[in-house]
Design a protein around this ligand. Structure first.
Ligand code: UDP
Length: 385
């Protein structure tokens, strides 16, 4: 009988929950090899709760660390203390963290203090600009210094890790688990009987009409606060007034640095619909129905190619450059005229539009979670020998 591997999966925010959900499901399928504990730090509360619900995940430990208006230093000190207690309670052989959040970095950091192995899901993404995205670029670089297993989503991510001197034996090319999550999610939505359909989807069905092109917008990054958000909103306003046959649907982040200017500039415009952030289920449904997407989100840049939607990226730098290089997305920055020009191009020029959706998905094939579990089994076998 093989000794089972004790795995702790830790997350705290919506994107981590989404991208770790399929890994958790895969670990659960491998009960003969793994003993799983799930910890949520609760760095985000409501947004994460919807994800946990949708993916039917049951955290064993919930640290509930979110408080109103806490600074990065305040949440950091609470995560450090909280995770030390969690490691003492669970004593895992390995902890899995995802991406680049403060939860992910500090979980890895405390694991290092406890000499516990770390597996990093979505390793090797880089902008090489320490302030953008902030604080994520530094979080993920530091996790790479600590991790034992680096699950790289793309060749490019693997290359970045190798260039930084990471041990090649610890890097496993897996694809991004976001693709696994989206395929699982779309299947779940499609199979739901009409009577169980979410209220938000029913509401969106009334707005999304086949004779109007739906443009989905999301924007939430710290480095976009101020003039950048205003520029994007002005570009949306100009385009909405020129094209009456479009609907711009924008779930607005609750941070007042975002919601205040967005509501000031875009409130009351007939073909712009402002919502509160949507749960993952209605958001997925909406992405799937949209004509194209405008976003500064990292996860959405990876999700859109799975659903064959062009993306206009309203950031100056992106660590998801694979889709930009292939022409699936365009990195626009936040210049108002440039955004207007590129929205027009997609709305007016069908061949430009088709060019942007003619490619295979650079971010994965839906089997990343399986590769991660297989790699952990092999790693622990090697470690035992
Ligand atoms: N998302 C969501 N509801 C929304 C906006 C985004 O469920 O109203 C999902 C989206 O599908 C993606 C994730 O949240 O998987 C991205 O999270 P976010 O943009 O907060 O973070 P990032 O990916 O930039 O780290």
């Amino acid at each position: 009988m093989v000794k089972k591997i004790k795995i702790l999966v830790s997350f705290g925010t919506r994107p981590e929950g989404i991208k770790l959900a399929p890994v958790i499901k895969e670990i659960e399928k491998n009960k003969d090899y793994f003993i799983l504990s799930i910890c949520s730090t609760g760095q985000h509360r409501e947004m994460l709760a919807q994800v946990i619900d949708f993916f039917e995940i049951k955290p064993d430990i919930n640290l509930n660390l979110m408080t109103a208006n806490q600074t990065l230093s305040e949440i950091s000190s609470r995560i450090i203390q909280g995770m030390e207690d969690v490691f003492n309670q669970t004593s895992p052989d390995i902890v899995l963290v995802q991406g680049d959040t403060t939860t992910a970095f500090l979980t890895a950091f405390v694991a290092f203090y406890g000499k516990i192995r770390v597996g990093h899901v979505e390793a090797g993404l880089r902008t090489f600009n320490k302030h953008s995205p902030f604080p994520e670029e530094i979080n993920r670089q530091l996790i790479s210094k600590i991790a034992d297993l680096h699950f790289a989503p793309t060749e490019k991510a693997k290359e970045s890790l190798l260039n930084e001197g990471t041990d090649e034996n610890g890097i496993i090319l897996t694809g991004n688990t976001v693709v696994d999550a989206i395929l699982w999610g779309i299947d779940k939505i499609d199979k739901k009987p009409e009577k169980d359909k979410s209220e938000d989807i029913k509401l969106l069905e009334k707005i999304v009409s086949p004779d109007k092109k739906t443009i989905l917008v999301t924007m939430h990054r710290r480095e976009s606060f101020g003039e950048e958000i205003k520029n994007v909103c002005e570009a949306l306003k100009v385009t909405a007034s020129k094209y009456k046959n479009i609907n711009i649907i924008y779930p607005v982040h609750l941070n007042p640095n975002v919601s205040r200017p967005v509501h000031e500039i875009l409130g009351g415009i007939k073909n712009i619909k402002l919502f509160e952030p949507l749960g993952y289920e209605p958001f997925l449904w909406l992405m799937n129905k949209s004509y194209f997407i405008i976003t500064d989100s990292g996860g959405v840049q990876e999700e859109a190619p799975t659903l064959k939607k062009p993306v206009l990226v309203i950031r100056k730098f992106t660590e998801r450059s694979e889709s930009v290089e292939m022409g699936i997305s365009k990195l626009l920055g936040t210049d108002k005229e440039n955004i207007i020009k590129n929205m027009r191009l997609l709305l007016d020029n069908e061949s430009e539009y088709k060019k942007m959706i003619a490619y295979a998905n650079p971010y994965g094939d839906g089997k990343a979670s399986r590769r991660i579990c297989k790699a952990m089994k092999e790693y622990f076998k090697i470690c035992a020998e």
